[in-house]
Design a protein around this ligand. Sequence first.
Ligand code: KIV
Ligand code: ZN
Length: 524
Amino acid sequence: MNTTPTQTSSSKDRVIIFDTTMRDGEQSPGASMSHDEKIELAKIMEEMKVDVIEAGFPIASNGDFEAVRAVAQVITESTVCGLSRAAPADIERCAEAIRPAKRGRIHTFIATSPLHMKHKLLMEPEAVLESITGSVTLARNLCGDVEWSAEDATRSERDFLRRAVEAAIKAGAGTINLPDTVGYAYPTQYAAMFRDLIENVPGADTVVFSTHCHNDLGLAVANSLEGVMGGARQIECAINGIGERAGNAAFEEIVMAIRTRSDALGVHTGIAPEHIMRASRYVSAITGFPVQYNKAIVGKNAFAHEAGIHQDGMLKNRETYEIMRPEDVGQGATNLVMGKHSGRAAFRDKLKGLGYELGQNALNDAFVKFKELADKKKLVYDDDIIALVDDALAHTADRIQVARLRVVAGTEGPQSAELTVTIDGVEKTASATGDGPVDAVFNAIRMVVPHTAALRLFQVHAVTEGTDAQAQVSVRLEENDRIASGQAADTDTLVASAKAYIGALNNLMARREKSAPDAVAANG
Ligand code: KIV
Ligand code: ZN
């Protein structure tokens, strides 16, 4: 493993992008990702030239440990990071998980605010300082690249925070992260905190300062950018802004704000933004969290112009109403693409244009599904192909798969469903009635795969226009405080519903393995 701290650019104006979609992002209630999905996402991030990928919290569960280790094995360009609390067992487990990485980082943290120290840690401030020295020293003995975070930094007493940061630097941390853990900061105050620490802590000029902002007041991106104005040169963020509670600073907004307003900010990143849409769609597909239509950068309407006066301006000069080009982030117009006579080469080209590079097997599977769709649907649009491929990528590794479904619906009840699934390759069938066809399908699922999870969300939207449009269905289930989501698309709404429910069940099974210790669950 390389033991040099990640200082990816010699330029003082280069901002390191640290992605925490797989760690803080996965801590969003319901946003579980499978092992294979994390590896796939890490590959997209590496293509996008993300500097640091925080792949998980190795002590939290065997699943997290294995995922961090697998990402560390396949990623060679980005730094692969794991999170750990200040306890030796956490740090050692984290070091073990990132050991295969070409560039690895241990990220260790402890809370520094009076509230957290007194009520959560039950520790005196002096003991916290000792713990910082001990934990960072141990981490540095195991890995040359160590990041230390002062959890709840923005509600910490400034004098104490200065001492804590000084202790972390002295013990060998190369990156100092000052999180706005509860999304309480105001931009100018956040910038002032960085200025103060950079000016007043001995050794501050030898480390990289980092932002980590939560979005409770909708200020996460503004705070991160102001943190950079205050001297930070690393931003922690997550695709689509997912994360604890209201989420983290949105990766795509950070990257495009820095790129589009370099005149105001005077800094740059190394990110290749043309992969942003693909990353956003993939994260939405695997977590089951839809992206709102008017979401900046990645929303369906982010580059749509409706008002006549805007359309007129756009036709004359697109800069009249466009500050970024959709193609810069990989967001193409929804075109009529191909039909049932289109060949494999054209399909592969189309996928490439949409930002997908599939391996041979995945391409073959997707092509078969495309042909099936083209048989059912007259017009196949880019959005149809995106839904189809995301669906295929999200569900290939699932242990339970929908094999067949027959539903009786209509005005004469009871509505009924006969469902066959395969569980680890073995078929199982059940029939059920219900209060409507969706209820009948879900009752059949409960018979064929008995479980106690409660349905928390059932959401349907059409992928494109027209009565033959694919339905995209999201389902969220909850069992013993564990939440898992599934998403699926099909021209038959009931088939999509069954697949989305089964997808959520698969994710719930994966999540059952994750039994995080109390303190782990409490961190954002
Ligand atoms: O929000 C936070 O404080 C965190 C730390 C663990 C970095 O996620
Ligand atoms: Zn956080």
